[in-house]
Structures are given as structure tokens and as C-alpha cells.
Design a protein around this ligand. Structure first.
Ligand SMILES: CC(C)(COP(=O)(O)OP(=O)(O)OC[C@H]1O[C@@H](n2cnc3c(N)ncnc32)[C@H](O)[C@@H]1OP(=O)(O)O)[C@@H](O)C(=O)NCCC(=O)NCCS
Length: 137
């Protein structure tokens, strides 16, 4: 059974840490902006396996910290969660959605219609590009 629902920031932190930054201290994945964000989780049989966070500024939105537990990657859960996030963003009247994408995730975001709009930037040892999509046209 798959369920997607809004969760608290604190509920995202263990997966963010385990999947994205296992070699950094736990506090590294806690964002100052977390308390102002919306956080979503995908559960398989009541186990939280994928998380993503959305930050809204007026009619713009940014998603961050998208992570699926390694043992559950490649099963389409990330795509389901991203699809849910995009629907939510539309309901929240977000017109312009962007993210700072790890380069390994570019092809996934392109499938959702997002476009690369920056050069590659290196941060904390990883390569990123900015990607965006216009919603609610
Ligand atoms: C990006 C991520 C959240 C996608 O979640 P997911 O549940 O695996 O998503 P899906 O199963 O829907 O697969 C999405 C794509 O990732 C690919 N993928 C999934 N697991 C993978 C793995 N272990 N190795 C390589 N590619 C993988 C899939 O093949 C698919 O690509 P495709 O659509 O081009 O075939 C997940 O791979 C992840 O947590 N990665 C590490 C953290 C990260 O890079 N986050 C994104 C930061 S911008």
C-alpha cells in the first residue's frame, strides 16, 4: 500500500541524512527554512521511503531535499512523489517552480517538463544545475 501525505520537517530529516549526506553531521540536513516549508512523504506499508520539501515565496516555489531510501529507489516512488508535489504546487498557485538539481537527477526532472537554466555549479563536492518549470499557464 502506497500513501503520500504531508509530514513534518523533522520527519524528513533521517531520510535526508541517510540518503543525501550520510557523511555529514545530522544537523547538516536541517534547514533554517524548514519551519516555513511544506514537507511530503511517500509511505510503503507505513514505512516512510521518500521525502521532498517545498518552499513557497509568493507565486514562486522551490523544491529541495528530495530523497528516496536506497533500498526503495528505482521503483517509481520518487516520480510519484514529484508528481504529487507538482499538483500541490499548482493548487497553491505556484506559477514558477524551480530546484537546484544534482546532475544525476536532471533526466528525471526533464521527464516532468523541467528545463536546465544555469551552468553547472559545484557545492559541497557535488555538481548542481538550476532547473525550472512554469506551472498554471
Ligand atoms: C532522485 C531520487 C529521489 C529519485 O527517487 P526514486 O524513488 O529512485 O525515483 P524513481 O524510481 O521514480 O526513478 C527516477 C529515476 O531515477 C533513476 N534511479 C532510481 N534509482 C536509481 C539508482 N539507484 N541508481 C541510478 N538511477 C536510479 C530511475 O532509473 C529513474 O530514471 P529514469 O526515469 O530516467 O529511468 C533518488 O534516486 C535519490 O534519492 N537519489 C539520491 C539523492 C538525490 O540525488 N536527490 C535529488 C537531489 S536533486
Amino acid at each position: 500500500m502506497i500513501e503520500i501525505k504531508e509530514i513534518t520537517a523533522a520527519e524528513t530529516w533521517p531520510l535526508r541524512h541517510k540518503v543525501m549526506w550520510p557523511n555529514k553531521p545530522f544537523e547538516f540536513v536541517i534547514l533554517p527554512e524548514d519551519e516555513d516549508g511544506l514537507h511530503y512523504g511517500l509511505y510503503e506499508k507505513e514505512r516512510l521511503v521518500s521525502v521532498i520539501s517545498l518552499f513557497k515565496f509568493g507565486n514562486e516555489g522551490q523544491f529541495r531535499k528530495f530523497a528516496t531510501d536506497k533500498d526503495f529507489q528505482g521503483k517509481g516512488y520518487g516520480s510519484k512523489l514529484l508528481n504529487y508535489l507538482m499538483k500541490e504546487a499548482k493548487l497553491l498557485n505556484i506559477k514558477y517552480l524551480f530546484c537546484s538539481a544534482r546532475v544525476n537527477a536532471i533526466s528525471l526532472y526533464e521527464k516532468f517538463g523541467m528545463k536546465v537554466v544555469s551552468d553547472v555549479v559545484r557545492k559541497n563536492g557535488k555538481d548542481y544545475v538550476k532547473m525550472e518549470i512554469v506551472l498554471n499557464e
